[in-house]
Design a binder for this molecule. Structure first.
Ligand SMILES: [Zn+2]
Length: 134
């Protein structure tokens, strides 16, 4: 039990350090992770603008976060809840008791939405879904 708590604590500290780093990076910048899809094709993927969106959320600027990546921003509470539940499950039971309870139909629907989001944000009519540049 103590080992699991220590590992979970270490993971939380690493995540907190990453968020603090992201919080203090420059305006309009994310974690500086280049998108290979964008670099090779010039097209936005579903994740383009995600680190900038997360940075905006950390600054409580939710409107700007939506402008960087609406899908990622709307999924953040779900992802945060999932990872908190996952850590709790690991500490309590020593294994993942959460993922098995999530219906695969739900996961496939989320994947489909992510793919559709990645496609339509490159269509001029839906250009408002493309990550804004400052
Ligand atoms: Zn991308």
């Amino acid at each position: 039990m103590k080992k699991r708590i220590a590992i979970s604590l270490a993971a939380a500290v690493i995540a907190a350090a990453a968020l603090i780093y992201l919080y203090f990076t420059g305006e309009g910048k994310g974690a500086g992770i280049p998108c290979l899809v964008y670099q090779f094709t010039g097209l936005y993927c579903s994740g383009c603008g995600a680190s900038r969106a997360l940075r905006s959320v950390l600054h409580l600027d939710f409107y700007q976060a939506l402008r960087y990546n609406a899908f990622f921003t709307l999924m953040l509470p779900l992802m945060g809840g999932y990872f908190c539940a996952l850590i709790y499950s690991y500490i309590r039971f020593g294994k993942d008791m959460i993922s098995k309870k999530i219906p695969m139909k739900f996961v496939w629907i989320l994947i489909a939405i992510a793919v559709i989001f990645g496609v339509i944000r490159n269509i001029p009519f839906f250009s408002f879904l493309a990550p804004v540049t400052l």
